[in-house]
Design a protein around this ligand. Structure first.
Ligand SMILES: Cc1ncc(COP(=O)(O)O)c(C=O)c1O
Length: 439
């Protein structure tokens, strides 16, 4: 048996595999297009952005697309588009990045957290209904780490209670749910397009909708440069300055990258899918490990495989902490970290911080009832950090390299008993508020 690197043995990985995971992919054509915009001094124009929007909307078969300077802004606009305002309750999964729901508070609304499904890491549809009140106006769905949420059940609940649906597709570019693209189910969808995402064009975000009013409300909110396009009377009355007081225009260096990436992304995603399917098939042969991906032939696909994770079954490792397990992997040369996004309902901002000096916590400033979730109320979101860990995301298929990285997992799994002796256990919480992994 080979000795684990953490215990002084030789590293399983000899190759520097970072080249095979390097993201984003920047092509010569992108560089030239960016330079063209720079040289023309058209960074703040919107013609190229509009071209990109047209292409993106066409790709998704949607009527309207509106670019924003980031995904957070796209979500903020989308919520304003949905008329979320004072006292409105919006249901959101607790385990997500903060931008999925924090703009609700900025609009005077209230966030009510639901738990996630342990398998998909997306909102658990069976936990939505108990959070619905007469004030509930919308559900935010996050297709977490590219795993499409259970849209059949979610849309049925939305229909039953007449609720709006906002899909946060920041992790799910070109992901399909039973043959239909995520981002085309709800009333509106928002995508982050920042450099780490599967559709990386630089800082940027895009909102999609088929609803003219949502689209024009988003324009009035943060896109004063497009106010002349507005057709709806009550909005037309107030054109010229943005109602939200925000300037959400995306600069055209991002549009330049986007206009090229949109032509090539399917080929890139196919390569990622090939590489990750091969890698995950190997990982799934190991006892105690199950990669985070929809079942094969389910009609659910992972698009660009943003943020790759695997489930860790501690029982199968005689209680070995996920912290120690990942430490051993890193010693072998694999960049793996325990945890995912931390549960938002446990952050002080969703308990007692008075952001706007209202004399009461912002989270309930306009609420008739105390919607704050206590520790223990959303158990899956609270405990998931100790049950999942990040795995490398290969964007290039190389059988040998993938097998070499896999050999490190295999070695740690086979030798886990050696790690039990000095296992200090897991810290009380694992994961991050953002998806940046640190040791
Ligand atoms: C789920 C989710 N929603 C929204 C955002 C916000 O996007 P951006 O960083 O472009 O503002 C992110 C970004 O990390 C995200 O992961």
């Amino acid at each position: 048996m080979k000795k684990l690197a953490l215990l002084g043995g030789e590293k399983a990985i000899k190759t520097d595999y970072s080249e095979f995971c390097k993201w984003p992919i920047i092509t010569k054509e992108m560089e030239e297009k960016v330079l063209e915009i720079l040289r023309k001094g058209e960074m703040s124009n919107i013609e190229l952005t509009k071209e990109f929007e047209k292409e993106y909307a066409k790709l998704y078969g949607m009527k309207y697309a509106l670019c924003h300077n980031n995904g957070t802004a796209a979500i903020h606009s989308a919520l304003f588009g949905l008329k979320i305002g004072k006292g409105d309750e919006v249901i959101c999964p607790s385990m997500t990045y903060w931008a999925s729901c924090l703009p609700v508070l900025s609009l005077g609304g209230t966030v009510v957290f639901a738990d996630i499904d342990e398998e998909s890491l997306c909102i658990n549809p069976d936990d939505i209904e108990r959070h619905i009140s007469e004030k509930t106006k919308a559900i935010i769905v996050v297709h977490y780490a590219g795993y499409p949420a259970d849209m059949d059940k979610i849309m049925a609940i939305a229909k039953k209670y007449n609720l709006k649906v906002l899909e946060d597709c920041s992790h799910s570019h070109w992901c399909f749910y039973k043959g239909k693209l995520t981002g085309t189910f709800g009333d509106v969808s928002a995508f982050s397009l920042m450099s780490g995402k599967s559709f990386p064009i630089g800082e940027g975000g895009i909102m999609l909708t088929n609803d003219l009013e949502i689209y024009e409300r988003s324009i009035i909110f943060g896109h004063y440069e497009r106010h002349s396009e507005i057709t709806i009377d009550y909005l037309k009355k107030g054109i010229g300055i943005p109602w939200g007081g925000y300037k959400y225009r995306m600069h055209q260096l991002s549009s330049a990258v986007g206009i090229v990436f949109i032509k090539i992304f399917k080929e890139i995603f196919a390569e990622i899918d090939k590489a990750m399917t091969y890698f995950c098939d190997l990982l799934d042969t190991l006892p105690g490990i199950k990669t985070h991906r929809p079942p094969k032939n389910s009609g659910l696909t992972k698009g660009g495989w943003y943020a790759c994770f695997a489930h860790y079954d501690k029982e199968k490792f005689d209680g070995l902490s996920i912290t120690r397990f990942c430490e051993a992997l890193r010693a072998e040369g694999v960049l793996s970290f325990p945890g995912c996004n931390k549960p938002l309902h446990l952050h002080p901002l969703f308990h007692d911080i008075d952001v706007y000096n209202d004399g009461k916590p912002t989270v309930i400033r306009n609420s008739q009832r105390d919607i704050r979730s206590k520790v223990g109320e959303l158990p899956v979101s609270e405990n998931i950090g100790k049950k999942v860990f990040s795995i490398p995301r290969f964007v290039k298929f190389d059988k040998g390299v993938i097998e070499e990285v896999f050999s490190a997992f295999e070695k740690v799994v086979k030798n886990y008993k050696e790690l039990l002796k000095d296992d200090k256990g897991d810290p009380p919480t694992l994961g991050n508020w953002g998806l940046t992994f640190r040791v």
